[in-house]
Write a protein that binds this ligand. Structure first.
Ligand SMILES: NC(=O)c1ccc[n+]([C@@H]2O[C@H](COP(=O)([O-])OP(=O)(O)OC[C@H]3O[C@@H](n4cnc5c(N)ncnc54)[C@H](O)[C@@H]3O)[C@@H](O)[C@H]2O)c1
Length: 421
């Protein structure tokens, strides 16, 4: 394999702007900085070659720098064609990271970048959406033999890897970073909640108050988005396929209905399901003139834009990340960020404070695999729950928050099965 290409980014002259942005993130990621201070002397990742495929944002740069400081060799690509922050990619390239990422790449270029991260025959893979690990399995299975493990950052990737493991097809162990409490219950909820609204506002600058705001999927991400839209004064409407999730949404105060019922009354639509074809031609056809539609799930297939194109007479870009489709019925529908994750394509992704915990989980999961991966079964593993408490504790400390501790008597009471009324 060729190891000639060291990096490929849009414009190296953006490096200084990228450095400033990364510095800003570092000032808001105290857990990551504590890990960096702790492990830069010990360098436990010596010998580890980490191929990463995850959105190239300022927070990701903090993770990359921390892995490198802890002794790892790293090669990186973005995990979505529209989510790379070009200045951050330039800053990483300028400081010697092998990074292959630029904003607006096409699908062939996307996989070319992934291939380049495999050129150095990695020992660990880090994924957000499983494209890298799938490339290893489908295109370069010979690399799996020396791989000690992989991590997966997001819900959609974890689902697919679990399916592979169930079929006995997984060639090395994977840790589901997504499923850690300090990831899933914070990043997906508060991170996606705030940053998706940020993306919608940057792409449209519409008033959210008073709008019918339709959220498809009331899982971790959808719950966060609905909560923040309600906070801005929207009338939130949730569509679901899971009865308990639908019930939870109703009791949280959202209206619940089918997408067919929501389509003609919604002003703003966002999908957060991890499922394809959630909004399709027949829904677009029913929408009000001026409706805004976007997705914050991992893949763009949640919106069926091919069917939208079929019922449209044309489209044009009206603002950055905002395309106006004119339907044959005369209505206009505005699609944000080409149906890609609106929070990353139209805004900056999750705030640094929340990625601090997600990436602390990534760092510790990779360290566990580097040390113990050889002996682990080729399954999707979870992180130990004690790690969540440790990460949350550091986070609380850095926020200046103290909490109570159970007394010895209370600890004994918790397991005392002789006590009654
Ligand atoms: N934008 C981001 O930065 C970001 C961050 C984290 C996760 N994600 C992605 O967002 C998606 C959702 O993640 P999550 O953690 O909320 O998953 P989740 O499993 O907690 O929730 C998904 C919900 O969608 C519902 N659903 C499935 N199909 C549906 C349909 N056709 N109509 C309506 N509801 C449907 C499910 O019942 C479930 O309640 C995934 O693709 C995940 O990878 C994106």
């Amino acid at each position: 394999m060729s190891t000639q290409v060291k990096f490929k980014v849009a414009d190296l002259s953006l490096a200084e702007a990228g450095r400033r942005r990364i510095k800003w993130a570092e000032s808001r990621m105290p857990v990551m900085m504590a890990l960096r201070r702790r492990y830069e002397a010990e360098r436990p990742f010596i010998g580890a070659k980490i191929a990463g495929c995850l959105h190239v944002t300022k927070e990701t740069a903090v993770l990359v720098r921390t892995l490198v400081a802890a002794g790892a060799e790293v090669r990186w690509s973005g995990c979505n064609p529209l989510s790379t922050q070009d200045d951050v990619a330039a800053a990483l390239a300028a400081e010697g990271t092998s990074i292959f990422a630029w904003h607006g790449m096409n699908t062939d270029e996307f996989y070319w970048c992934i291939d380049r991260t495999l050129d150095f025959e990695p020992t660990l893979t880090l994924d957000d959406g499983a494209d890298l690990i799938f490339t290893v399995h489908h295109k370069h299975p010979e690399l799996a033999a020396r791989m000690v493990g992989g991590t997966e950052e997001t819900t959609t990737g974890v689902h697919r890897l679990r399916a592979m493991a169930a079929d006995g097809k997984l060639l090395y162990p994977v840790i589901a970073v997504n499923d850690a409490e300090t990831k899933w219950d914070f990043d997906n909820v508060y991170g996606t909640g705030q940053s998706s609204l940020d993306g919608i506002l940057r792409a449209t600058s519409v008033l959210v108050a008073g709008k019918n705001f339709v959220v498809a999927g009331f899982g971790h991400c959808g719950r966060g988005v609905a909560m923040r839209a309600a906070g801005l004064g929207a009338n939130t409407i949730v569509t679901e396929v899971k009865p308990t999730a639908a019930l939870r949404a109703r009791l949280e105060g959202d209206q619940v209905m089918t997408m067919d019922e929501a389509a003609p009354i919604g002003d703003i639509f966002i999908t957060a399901t991890g499922m394809k074809d959630v909004i399709r031609g027949r829904h677009f056809e029913q929408m009000r003139d001026g409706a805004v539609v976007c997705n914050t799930g991992h893949y763009d297939c949640e919106l069926n834009l091919d069917e939208l194109a079929e019922i449209s007479t044309g489209k044009r870009v009206v603002r950055p990340n905002n395309e106006e489709y004119t339907l044959k019925n005369g209505h206009k529908v505005f699609v944000l960020a080409q149906g890609r994750l609106v929070n990353l394509a139209a805004a900056e992704g999750h705030p640094s404070e929340v990625m601090d915990m997600s990436f602390a989980n990534q760092f510790l999961a990779l360290l566990k695999l580097h040390r113990e991966g050889q002996g682990m079964e080729h399954l999707v593993h979870e992180l130990p729950p004690e790690q969540d408490q440790e990460i949350a504790n550091i986070k609380l400390e850095t926020m200046g928050i103290r909490i109570d501790e159970l007394t010895p008597e209370q600890l004994a009471y918790a397991t005392d099965y002789s006590a009654g009324t």
